[in-house]
Design a protein around this ligand. Sequence first.
Ligand SMILES: [Zn+2]
Length: 202
Amino acid sequence: MLKDGKVKESLPLTRLRETIVMYAAHIPSEIMLVSNLSENGATPLIWSIDKNSSISHVMMENSVLHIIKKWRQYDLLKQSEACGILMGERRGEYLRVTHISEPLATDYRRPNFYQRSISGHQQILDFLHKSSEGQIQYLGEWHTHPQNMASPSIVDYQEWAKTTALQQFCQTQLIFFIAGITDDWLGVIDHQVLYRGTLLTE
Ligand SMILES: [Zn+2]
């Protein structure tokens, strides 16, 4: 159910070097240090967030993307939307997604609708939070869309506004990620204002 970094992606060393050089051109040195913490050597994806947000970058570990990949709606409406929560570390202006929860039997899922249950996902978060001594925290939500290039629906904006108006989230930042078939969408809601993320590299 939950893959805590056990899915390893191996990247040939030369390719890794090229990617790092490419990254270095775009990314401040502090974030390079943070992204070097990846245990498996695979490079995370990095989004820069609008400069008006207090979050400058969001990193998503390769192991997380590997899990999301298997839920992408390649068969469009023959598949149901998948959803879960994003978890990881808050490091100042950087958010680093290291873990996600996957769809559970208690979620309500349809080809273009989902309603995530709270209980099972919350238990996963509680377990990771405790076992990491508080380092791994709730960072936001992810779901899939039956679209090549994912973009939020009206319902998504409404749901996110409701979530980020809650007392525990209205003064912080949460990530909202939608996995399309070829292109994803990522935004950060910071103190109830939505900022779009821009993917730095492929
Ligand atoms: Zn949606």
